[in-house]
Write a protein that binds this ligand. Structure first.
Ligand code: NI
Length: 384
């Protein structure tokens, strides 16, 4: 009986778990019910469970039947603040919260791998099942790391998976090296002098300054970043003013920088600061900038990427591919990969609506394949 047959035998149970989590989505660091399901199921299968790592994170540890290395498998558990519009029978029962990124599926896949590995118990080393909270920009991976994740549960390698409605069903892709962008978030606050809109000479107009600054910031990517280096600088918020006849005292800009190269990102921060200082001096206003790193660049270890593609090839044949394209999106598994080498793959499914869309639908047919791949990473790497 092949691994895929063994997993297919409990595919209906996997779908039931996934749909139950889908119907009860929870936002980052609030995954109490989800973490409870994870812990209960892991215990049911005889796996050692530790809860409360990084607030709502859960770790399960399962020893194989012979000595070997420790292999981590990571899933994210959080949902998004989106009102679901799928009309599915198992659609979100919580208004304004939805599993629109398929983290319900990732959680189920790692649970499935835990079940398969515990039932067969035929692998070298130790499997470490990592269920993290708050992937969607709230720093759940960093919270687990700060709680001593890899000190308390040492891993030699760690692997992650994300569903993809952008690829054909069953296609598993890995991009060796820098695969997903690092992300900084920034806030810029401009303080001028408010006044009557009919007498602009009596104040300092922060709206004129803010719009000018937005244009100047765009010159950084166009004129300071080498064209061969991928970088995005997007201003995504402008807040100022509340009346037709008042020039506002202050304006607030916010946005994000996405990058693959830290030195380039640091140069961009310096150029942004210089432009802020320039408008502050030129217009006689106060301009403060706060820049913070939210996600690291996701770096797939080249050799372990190859190992993941080979494990995938055993399961899906030619549908296992080495991807050439970098993605400007970000993923906080990047922070775990900074601590422990590993790789992150995407798995295609039959859904056609984009991630983070209120109509997003994950195709459960992809669950057993994802489970098999993650289990195979333990089986193939635990004794490597
Ligand atoms: Ni996601």
């Amino acid at each position: 009986m092949s691994i895929q047959d063994r997993i297919d035998a409990f595919a209906q149970d996997l779908t039931a778990i996934r749909r139950d989590i889908h119907a009860h989505p929870e936002l980052g660091f609030e995954e109490v019910r989800t973490a409870g399901i994870v812990a209960d199921r892991l215990r049911e299968w005889g796996i050692d469970v530790t809860t409360g790592i990084g607030k709502t994170g859960v770790v399960g540890v399962l020893k194989g039947n012979r000595p070997g290395r420790a292999i981590g498998l990571r899933a994210d558990m959080d949902a998004l603040p989106i009102d679901e519009q799928t009309n599915l029978p198992y659609a979100s029962k919580t208004p304004g919260v939805m599993h629109a990124c398929g983290h319900d599926a990732h959680t189920t896949m790692i649970l499935g791998a835990a079940r398969y590995l515990s039932e067969n118990r035929d692998f070298a080393g130790t499997a470490v099942f990592i269920f993290q909270p708050a992937e969607e920009g709230l720093g759940g991976a960093r919270a687990m790391l700060a709680d001593g994740l890899f000190d308390r549960f040492p891993c030699d390698e760690v692997y992650g998976i994300h569903n993809s409605p952008y690829h054909e069903p069953g296609v598993i892709g890995v991009k060796p090296g820098a695969a997903m962008a690092g992300a900084n978030f920034f806030d810029i606050r401009i303080t001028g002098r408010g006044c009557h809109a009919a007498m602009p000479e009596s104040g300092i107009d922060t709206i004129v300054i803010a719009t000018s600054l937005v244009q100047q910031l765009q010159s950084i990517v166009a004129r300071n970043v080498p064209p061969s280096r991928q970088l995005v600088l997007s201003v995504t918020q402008i807040h100022a003013g509340a009346a037709y006849n008042v020039i506002p005292e202050s304006a607030h800009l916010a946005g994000t920088v996405r990058y693959f190269d830290r030195a380039t990102a640091d140069m961009v921060t310096q150029r942004m600061q210089a432009l802020c200082d320039g408008v502050a001096a030129g217009y006689g206003v106060e301009v403060t900038m706060d820049m913070r790193n939210v996600f690291d660049v996701l770096e797939n270890d080249p050799a372990l990427s190859q190992a993941m593609v080979e494990a995938a090839r055993d399961l899906v044949g030619d549908k296992a591919v080495v991807k050439a394209e970098q993605v400007m999106g970000s993923e906080d598994f990047a922070d775990m990969l900074q601590a422990v080498p590993g790789a992150y793959c995407t798995i295609g499914h039959a859904g056609s609506v984009p991630l983070h869309n209120p109509g997003f639908i994950f195709d459960d047919a992809a669950l057993p394949v994802g489970v098999a791949l993650m289990a195979r990473m333990v089986e193939t790497r635990g004794g490597a």
